[in-house]
Every structure is written in structure tokens, then in C-alpha cells.
Design a binder for this molecule. Structure first.
Ligand SMILES: Cc1ncc(COP(=O)(O)O)c(C=O)c1O
Length: 309
């Protein structure tokens, strides 16, 4: 991939135009900013290929529908815009975001969401990990936060959204106490998710991951698919905090980082190591999925936007 200096930090699409990522701005009056009234999705590019792009686009469309946000661009448009952003940025490994914002009311002074002009912003930037690579290497330390995750019926966590107050509080608490990151529980004491990732516990050789209080991550789905293929027992459902705290192995998973082993949870070291044997198996299979044509989309495919930047 070629890259020009102006796009070296990434490329964005906003207001129907492509530009260097630093030039992409939204209004201070945009409800996406003033009310976190936006939905988004993030897909990754590894070795010049998108991973599960159609699954991310489908989830993005579902999130928009659930929040009654409708952008002018079709799914095919969004796909081509993302490809074009990656091409302009010249990236072979990239963090690629699509954001649908409520926008600004088109009727002066209106407080009605339906009066807003919804719009798409997209960008491709160099790869980032939600847990730094060197931390993943040694295994992250995880705090089970006492800060509760917002209730599902207040903010639907399966709609990918920017309501991160609780996750951010958990992260502050964790870092203040010397941990790398945090996972939050719901009001019932069931584990949910953390700032930017889902969680799996390995208990008695099988996997358990929460069903409620969390985004149904695409990486989580990949892990569930891997388990089905490899005959590893995997259950989605309630995961009590105490079960997580005594689990044989624990790993986090997300688009921006993949499968991330936990070395210590609270004050307890994971004896199986980081990664332990089951986590290692899942990590290897997840890496192999990136070679499977069923899951990848090449970024050198031509787009209708190629001439229109
Ligand atoms: C709150 C939250 N949970 C889970 C995830 C993992 O989802 P995915 O695997 O689709 O990246 C993310 C990803 O950003 C997230 O923000």
C-alpha cells in the first residue's frame, strides 16, 4: 500500500468528503457530542484484509435501527467508504471506525430527535490495541470493579454506543490500584464486560462468557465459533463474580487486540499461566481464522470513491 505524508496518521470520511484524519471535525452542537447520541462500530484490517467486515456492517445497521438513526449512505456505500479510507491511509494493519451520529436539529431550537440530520463519519487509523501489546505479552492484570455496569434496560449494551461513564470509572479505579484494566458486574453481581472488550472464563476445561450487560462482540462470536468447531464446551449466560475470581483461565477479547490473556485477577495469580492451554488454543485458532477466505475482505478491491476523494 502506498501512503502519502498527509494521510500518514489516517484517513477520514465526513460530510461526504475524504480527508486526513486530523482534519475531520464535528460540530459542538452535534447531539453525537452533546448527548453521546451516536452508534458506532469498529472493524480491523490485518495484513491488508478486513476481518468479518460484513458482520460489523450488519451490527452497525442493527445499532442504527435500534436508535432510530438513518444515514444517507447504503451498506454498500459504507463498505466502499471504509475500503477507501484504508487505501488512502495506506495501512495494512488498521483500526477502522464507522460512526452514525444523531447530528444537529434542522429546525432551529428543536429538541426533537427526529428533526436532526443523521450523518456518517468514518476513519481508518494505524492499528491500536485496547490493552498494549507488551501488556498482552506478559498477561494483563484485571480488577473486578465495584462500579456497577449500567442496566441493560436503561442502555442496551448490544447497541454499540458511547455511554462509557461506568466503564471509564472502572478503568480509573483499576489503574489507581495498579491494575491494567477492569471488568464490571451488574447489580446482581454477574460479570458483564470491560472498557472495550468481552470476557471469557475457563472453568473445568469449558468456557463461559456473559450474555447480559455486554455487547455481543464479533470477537466473542469468533471464540464461540472456534469452540463449536473444536468441540470445546462453551456456555453463554450468567457468570457470577466469584466464579470468575476462581476461574482456571481468563481472557478478554476484542477487535482491537484479539484474544488477550489475563495473568492475575484481583490478588490471585492465574496458575495455568498467561496464556493457559485453553486460551492458547483459542488464540491460535483465532489467528488462523484470519487466513480463512470466509472471513476476510481484501482492501485492494476497487471502490466507486477512488476518484472522488
Ligand atoms: C464495551 C465493549 N464490549 C465489547 C467489545 C468487543 O467487541 P468486538 O469484539 O466486536 O470488537 C467492545 C469493542 O469495542 C466494546 O466497546
Amino acid at each position: 500500500m502506498t501512503q502519502t505524508a498527509e494521510f500518514q496518521d489516517g484517513a477520514a470520511y465526513s460530510g461526504g468528503v475524504f480527508m486526513p484524519v486530523a482534519e475531520a471535525k464535528i460540530s459542538v452542537l452535534d447531539w453525537g457530542f452533546t448527548r453521546s447520541d451516536a452508534v458506532y462500530d469498529v472493524v480491523h484490517v490485518k495484513d491488508g484484509r478486513f476481518f468479518r467486515l460484513d458482520d460489523h456492517l450488519a451490527r452497525f445497521e442493527r445499532s442504527m435501527a435500534r436508535r432510530r438513526i438513518a444515514i444517507p449512505e447504503s451498506r454498500e456505500d459504507v463498505k466502499e467508504i471504509l475500503v477507501r479510507c484504508v487505501q488512502l491511509a495506506g495501512l495494512t494493519d488498521s483500526y477502522v471506525a464507522m460512526v452514525a451520529s444523531r447530528g444537529r436539529p434542522q429546525v432551529k431550537g428543536s429538541r426533537k430527535p427526529a428533526d436532526c440530520a443523521n450523518h456518517l463519519v468514518a476513519y481508518a487509523i494505524p492499528w491500536i490495541d485496547v490493552i498494549p501489546a507488551e501488556v498482552q505479552e506478559r498477561g494483563a492484570t484485571l480488577m473486578v470493579s465495584d462500579h456497577p455496569r449500567v442496566a441493560d434496560d436503561a442502555v442496551d449494551p448490544t447497541v454499540k454506543n458511547y455511554q462509557w461513564s461506568d466503564l471509564t470509572s472502572g478503568l480509573f479505579d483499576a489503574v489507581d490500584e495498579g491494575f491494567d484494566t477492569a471488568v464490571l458486574c451488574d447489580a446482581r453481581g454477574m460479570v458483564t464486560e470491560g472498557p472495550g472488550f468481552n470476557i471469557f472464563a475457563v472453568i473445568g476445561g469449558g468456557l463461559v462468557t456473559p450474555e447480559h450487560g455486554c455487547l455481543h462482540g464479533i470477537t466473542r462470536r469468533s471464540v464461540i465459533d472456534i469452540c463449536a468447531k473444536q468441540g470445546i464446551a462453551c456456555r453463554t449466560g450468567d457468570l457470577p463474580r466469584t466464579d470468575l475470581e476462581s476461574a482456571d483461565e481468563v481472557f478478554l477479547c476484542t477487535t482491537a487486540g484479539g484474544i488477550m490473556p489475563i495473568a492475575r485477577i484481583g490478588n490471585r495469580k492465574i496458575e495455568a499461566g498467561a496464556p493457559g492451554p485453553v486460551t492458547r488454543r483459542v488464540m491460535d485458532a483465532y489467528q488462523a481464522m484470519h487466513e480463512d477466505p470466509a472471513y476476510v475482505t481484501f482492501i485492494d478491491s476497487p471502490t466507486r470513491f477512488a476518484a472522488a476523494e
